[in-house]
Design a protein around this ligand. Structure first.
Ligand SMILES: [Zn+2]
Length: 436
């Protein structure tokens, strides 16, 4: 059975920074998406409607903008309950808040409760796919994938592996990290829309033996995603240098253990040398730009223009990194990315920001052949934005001259109130309250 939604429509075919806005962005002021069997069957101007049968139900969203669902390429669901934790920078924040909170996920019923809140909040914010860190407990992964399966969400997730420099309750070891990850892979990888991601927390909390074990696991699954953290703060970089004095830099640690390749997505990368950016590019690995988290923890400001510079443009997606990130909203995260770019003397354009939050994240995660754009054959994960969601935005929109200016207003002033509807695999999601 076909259905269709009609409204202004925007999607990206390529990075507008590299390809130019004309070639990178596709916009229809009155467009239509035809949905069939959870996928996009047709997309184009609303004149397509005349070729559809009279039995096709059309939902019309005037004054709204249809986009691909937002994709958050780096986020920690266990930290939902500790978002907005006061007063610390990275390492102390981990020790004082994160490593305390994550211990509660030994209890699967707690994990399941938080997973429900987390996914409901994501959908309420128009986030249809994400790459998610769980905790060291395999049950925490089961709880999240079970909740995502009920919603048919395309989700990447993995058990955090760490065997040093954290409380004993949160440590596994090399053998357990390998065996528990492998059992989860066999249970969940490519079951429906679930995909496993091999997940060392970051280099300091994994022993050499554990990094070797996860490298061996990665070699067994050469096209599987990997997620971790890289070069978030100067103190962390010095720590990694002391732990791995024979590696020329932080990025080389992941390379040495076989964890740098396409679909390996590293959060942050705020403080990288040119040779590390070159290595990321050469390996095909990606960075998750987490601007609100970097600002919140005082970690530094990522230089997107430098990371994407030709001739070695590193793949970059956009991410909340909640709970160090301060919002589920990808609009608010775009605003933070704009502010981070400004500190480097560069203006992040609205098309570039919306690309990062949709197709850019999909490309970073290696799922752009499934989601991240509105194209025939892709899955119908969509978000519908109300372009006049608050009195101030409504007033401001009277003075907007074109779509790029309208997009910029949304990313600076918009939040969850702008999300009028979210579709997952073609299904309109119920408007969710807390834990809905
Ligand atoms: Zn993170």
């Amino acid at each position: 059975m076909k259905t269709a939604i009609r409204g202004a429509l925007l999607t990206f075919r390529r990075d507008p920074l590299l390809a130019g806005v004309e070639a990178g962005m596709y916009y229809e002021s009155d467009g239509v998406v035809v949905i069939e069997a959870g996928g996009v069957a047709a997309v184009g101007p609303a004149t397509l409607l005349s070729g559809l049968g009279a039995d096709v139900a059309v939902t019309h969203y005037p004054e709204h903008l249809i986009l691909p669902g937002f994709i958050d390429c780096h986020v920690h669901y266990p930290q939902t309950e500790m978002i907005a934790a006061y007063g610390e920078q990275l390492i102390d924040w981990l020790n004082h808040y994160t490593f305390v909170t994550e211990q509660a996920f030994a209890d699967k019923s707690h994990a399941a409760e938080v997973a429900e809140v987390f996914l409901a909040e994501q959908l309420r914010h128009g986030v249809t796919s994400s790459a998610v860190f769980c905790t060291v407990h395999p049950d925490s992964v089961d709880a999240l994938f079970e909740a995502a399966e009920r919603r048919q969400m395309r989700l990447l997730a993995g058990k955090v592996c760490m065997d040093q420099y954290a409380p004993a309750e949160l440590l596994d070891n090399a053998e357990r990290a390998y065996a528990e990850s492998k059992a989860l892979i066999e249970r969940w990888h490519r079951r429906g829309r679930a995909e496993y991601a091999i997940t060392p927390r970051f280099a300091p909390t994994s022993s050499v033996a554990q990094l070797e074990a996860l490298g061996a696991l990665a070699a067994e699954y050469p096209d599987m995603a990997i997620q971790s953290h890289l070069a978030e703060t100067p103190g962390e970089i010095a720590w990694v240098k002391s732990l791995h004095p024979d590696c020329p830099h932080y990025t080389a640690v992941y390379q040495r253990y076989g964890l740098l390749r396409p679909r390996a997505v590293y959060g942050h990368g705020v403080h990288l040398a040119d040779e590390e950016l070159q290595l990321l590019y050469d390996s095909g690995a990606s960075l998750a730009h987490c601007p609100s988290s970097n600002a919140f923890l005082g970690s530094g400001r990522f230089d997107l223009r430098r990371a994407r510079a030709v001739p070695r443009p590193v793949r970059v997606g956009l991410a909340t990194d909640l709970g160090a990130g301060t919002s589920f909203s990808m609009l608010q995260t775009m605003r933070s990315a704009y502010e981070a770019a400004q500190t480097h003397g560069v203006a992040l354009s609205a098309p570039q920001a919306f690309y990062l939050a949709t197709r850019g994240s999909a490309e970073a995660l290696g799922i752009a052949d499934k989601v991240g754009s509105i194209e025939v054959g892709l899955e119908a994960d969509l978000v519908v934005l109300n372009l006049r969601s608050t009195p101030l935005i409504d007033f401001r929109m009277r003075y907007v001259r074109d779509i790029e200016e309208a997009l910029f207003v949304q990313m600076i002033l918009g939040d969850d109130r702008a999300v009028a509807a979210t579709y997952v695999a073609g299904q309109l999601q119920p408007a969710a309250g807390l834990a809905g």
